[in-house]
Write a protein that binds this ligand. Structure first.
Ligand code: NDP
Ligand code: MG
Length: 391
């Protein structure tokens, strides 16, 4: 079913990470709403067959393949007639293209920092999925957004919910943010069981289908910790006024409590296409044929407090945010290396918080860091954690 656009003009959209979970769902939304956007650049790391299909369907100006070897294979075989760039610097070129109105930032991890910053410095608005960019470099990114007059539209379902709850409200009226969490696949596991949690178990998220890195982050609750940090930067609300609430049904996507005690929530079935679409058109709304929620069928919404003992990653993220400086960049880099090792079955599930904690204790925190400081700390942390895994 094809839907017409709202009153606004067609936006020129580039997607960093178009072959990933968010990238593919963004293109699903674009396909269903052809008047909303025109695709400018698409990018992948290695999934060149998917990129080929996307490029032939959406006819972008060009594509970027970050991995050089994959780029050579692509060039030798493709039927795509547009520009073909390769390497990480080319991601920045695509992100900062003067024709972009909006960049969907949907790489995974720290790899998104440079291209997302490049887009901001070129005056391109951001639809932000890649939360690790704000976890690592929140202060410089928000400064770049303010300096360049950039709008950041959150794609993360919780932050989209918060933004939707804030429409028409004054920021000074916000008392608390309440981020909901499904609790992940191990919500009912004992600490003992968590020691033996396998990669296959961790990859089975109860409510959402996502890329492997964020799925593991959801199992450790590091993802929720990252979302607290993301909310702190996006909405300028300090950590003491951000709560995490476990809500296993993932129907309430988050809530805002106001100074008069009123609480606003945004509800919906768990489907990333809604926050993706909202990020493309906010603050407008467009009609969709997305499945509608039936609360009588759902019947029960439940809530519980998070358990910081079984899920120490959540506490580590809060602690790093309180410490400030480069602490959150250390947590992010350590977590990226630890999660990659867990996915390769080199370490146990509970080694992830152990390695993050060790990195926080070892790497010196730099106050008021520049972007260069953050890159240096990121590299130092990766080396430290990698050497701990090999040992
Ligand atoms: P995926 O792993 O599914 O996709 C990541 C995309 O980025 C792919 O296109 C991938 O290429 C590309 N990529 C990965 N690493 C690099 C790199 N080093 N250089 C260049 N390109 C790279 O991730 P998701 O779509 O699940 O997540 C994207 C971001 O959105 C993450 O930050 C995540 O936390 C966030 N997010 C995701 C949600 C979801 O539902 N998936 C929900 C909320 C937030 P290739 O295909 O070759 O691997
Ligand atoms: Mg989320």
């Amino acid at each position: 079913m094809v839907h017409s656009s709202p009153a606004g003009r067609t936006k020129t959209l580039s997607i960093l990470g178009s072959t990933g979970s968010i990238g593919v769902q963004t293109l699903d939304v674009v396909r269903d709403h052809p008047d909303l956007t025109r695709i400018n650049w698409l990018t992948t790391n290695r999934r060149i067959e998917d990129l080929e299909r996307q490029a032939l369907e959406f006819s972008p100006k060009g594509v970027v393949i970050a991995d050089q070897q994959s780029a050579e294979t692509f060039r030798a075989n493709t039927r795509f007639k547009g520009r073909i760039l390769s390497g990480h610097a080319a991601l920045e070129e695509a992100a900062a293209d003067a024709d972009n109105d909006l960049l969907m930032s949907a790489l995974v991890g720290f790899s998104g920092v440079r291209p997302t910053m490049a887009a901001m410095n070129a005056g391109v608005d951001i639809a932000l999925a890649n939360k690790e960019t704000l976890v690592s470099a929140g202060e410089p990114m928000m400064r770049a957004a303010a300096t360049n007059g950039i709008n950041i539209y959150p794609v993360d379902s919780e932050h989209s919910a918060l933004a939707q709850c804030m429409v028409g409200e004054s920021s000074t009226a916000i008392e608390r943010l309440i981020l909901t969490a499904s609790g992940g696949p191990f919500r009912r596991h004992s600490l003992q069981e968590l020691q033996h949690a396998t990669c296959a178990q961790a990859l089975k998220h109860p409510n959402w289908s996502m890329g492997s890195k964020i799925t593991i982050d959801s199992a450790t609750l590091m993802n929720k910790g990252f979302e607290v940090i993301e909310a702190r930067w996006l909405f300028d609300v300090d950590a003491a006024r951000i709560d995490v609430l476990v809500h296993p049904q993932s129907i309430i996507h988050s809530m805002v409590q106001y100074v008069d005690g009123s609480v606003k929530a945004q509800l919906g079935l768990p489907d990333m296409k809604l926050p993706i679409l909202y990020a493309l058109v906010a603050p407008e709304r467009v009609a969709t044929n997305f499945e509608r929620m039936n609360l009588a069928d759902i019947a029960t919404l439940t809530f519980e407090a998070p358990d910081y003992e079984r899920f120490p990653c959540l506490r580590l993220a809060f602690d790093a945010l309180a410490a400030g400086g480069t602490a959150t960049a250390i947590v992010n880099a350590a977590n990226e290396i630890a999660v990659a090792a867990f996915l390769q079955e080199k370490i146990a599930f509970m080694d992830i918080p152990r390695l993050v904690d060790a990195a926080l204790n070892k790497i010196v925190n730099i106050a008021d860091p520049s972007l260069d400081d953050i890159f240096a700390v990121d590299a130092e942390t990766r080396t430290f954690v990698s050497s701990n895994i090999q040992a």
